[in-house]
Design a protein around this ligand. Structure first.
Ligand code: NAI
Length: 395
């Protein structure tokens, strides 16, 4: 079939298998161009099919020749209906890994559930024995709790008072003012239950109790801080409360891993275009200004550049360079004073009329479509493609 982008609001309903495959090949080529990393050899990535988790899987496999197990929640294609991008990404990743002689298996299902944890435990027992590195990179709006069976929803709201600021509809370029009502009822607790650290610890407990973690095993989860302008809706909002909980969980897991000399870290990453960040008001305007400023300074990075740097310079580079709260920082270039000062100035000026010029609206939009395999350089979208792609390890 010929597959075209079909958007509804902040989501794209279709995705393109060849575009996704090309994205994977480009990310692999980038990692290979940077040379080998003396990193972990047996890696479990939870949230492995898109964004930072996918970049982590690619960096481990093609930077360190690692065997990888990837867990994600994606939709396979049915006749006439494309699958989700993570499904196509993983199909292409496994094909490339196999060609390179690397072990790669994947499990598609709800990572919050006991069933999927059990499947992963059994797969490790059968195939890899033990794991050296666990990357925890889930981004989900909902979680069904494995003990109570209750379904929790996360929300993106400020805490305490209404937050009013500028935002942009990146499809139309219209800059407008938006007001977001504060969290109410159990919004904060629910968001912490979905995006906080409890599930990360459950994964580590499940692996450790079955003796599936190697001596010196490391685990890393991803977090975000960001600038003053997004603080009320991000770091001081409901999602920030969840990130505080995630960061506190790193210390608990490190305690648990003492007998193995293991460590849990949080890495604070840069703001990037993903489905999740496109849905948070105010963030798209910030990102479009951020991209413009960072590109002009020659320090722009995407997911793969961020994770390649995290691995080669911090995690396996001998210099974790932790901040006062014990976190790894690869948002260091985003948070540079000169970068933030320029954004603050542009923020005041930004209007519908000038944003295409003072911000990188085009770059934002292109990145958004690229998430779904569209607008990828070198792909002919007029060619008929087979939407029914399989992930080799999931038949
Ligand atoms: P993403 O949406 O690209 O990837 C999320 C992954 O989680 C996908 O592989 C998806 O299949 C998987 N997933 C979601 N729900 C699942 C479930 N129930 N069971 C199994 N798999 C599930 O997200 P992104 O942006 O890469 O985020 C990953 C982490 O990085 C998050 O903790 C996020 O807060 C953090 N982060 C994101 C930043 C950004 O700007 N996008 C910046 C800094 C940190």
């Amino acid at each position: 079939m010929i597959i075209e982008p079909r958007t509804r609001g902040f989501i794209c309903l279709t995705s393109h298998p060849i575009g996704c495959e090309q994205n994977i090949k480009d990310q692999i080529a980038y990692v290979q161009s940077k040379g080998k990393i003396e990193g972990a050899k047996k890696v479990l990535v939870i949230g492995a099919s898109t964004g930072f988790g996918l970049a982590s899987r690619i960096s481990s496999a093609f930077g360190s020749d690692a065997a990888t197990i990837g867990v994600f929640f994606d939709k396979p294609a049915t006749e006439g209906r494309p699958g989700s991008p993570g499904f196509y990404n993983t199909a292409a990743f496994e094909q490339e890994a196999t060609k390179a002689g690397l072990y790669a298996k994947s499990i598609n299902g709800d990572a919050f559930s006991n069933e999927i944890k059990e499947q992963v435990v059994n797969l490790i027992k059968e195939d890899l024995g033990q794991i050296d590195l666990v990357i925890y990179s889930l981004a989900s709006p909902v979680r069904t709790h494995p003990i109570s069976g209750k379904r929790f929803k996360s929300v993106l709201k400020p805490i305490g008072e209404v937050f009013t600021n500028k935002t942009v509809d990146f499809h139309t370029g219209k800059v407008s003012e938006i007001s977001i009502n504060p969290a109410e009822g159990e919004d904060v607790e629910n968001t912490v239950t979905v995006m906080g650290g409890e599930d990360w610890k459950m994964w580590m407990d499940a692996l450790q109790s079955e003796n599936l973690l190697s001596e010196g095993a490391t685990t890393v989860a991803y977090s975000y801080i960001g600038p003053e302008v997004t603080k009320p809706v991000y770091r001081n909002g409901t999602i920030g409360a969840a990130k505080d909980d995630l960061e506190a969980t790193a210390f608990k897991i490190t305690d648990d891993l003492k007998s193995l000399n293991g460590k849990a870290y949080v890495s604070v990453n840069k703001a990037l275009v993903t489905q999740a960040s496109s849905a948070i008001p105010v963030i798209p305007l910030y990102i479009s200004l951020l991209f413009k400023v960072m590109k002009a300074k020659g320090i722009h990075e995407g997911c793969i550049e961020q994770i390649q740097r995290l691995y080669s310079e911090r995690l396996f580079g001998g210099d974790l360079n932790l901040d006062a709260k014990g976190r790894i920082r690869v948002d260091d270039w985003e948070m540079r004073e000169d970068v933030q000062a320029e954004i603050a100035e542009l923020w005041q000026k930004a209007t519908t009329e000038n944003l295409a010029e003072i911000g990188d609206l085009e770059g934002y939009s292109k990145e958004f479509f690229k998430l779904f395999g569209f607008k990828v350089d070198g792909v002919d979208y007029n060619v008929d493609v087979n939407e029914l792609v399989n992930i080799p390890s999931i038949q």
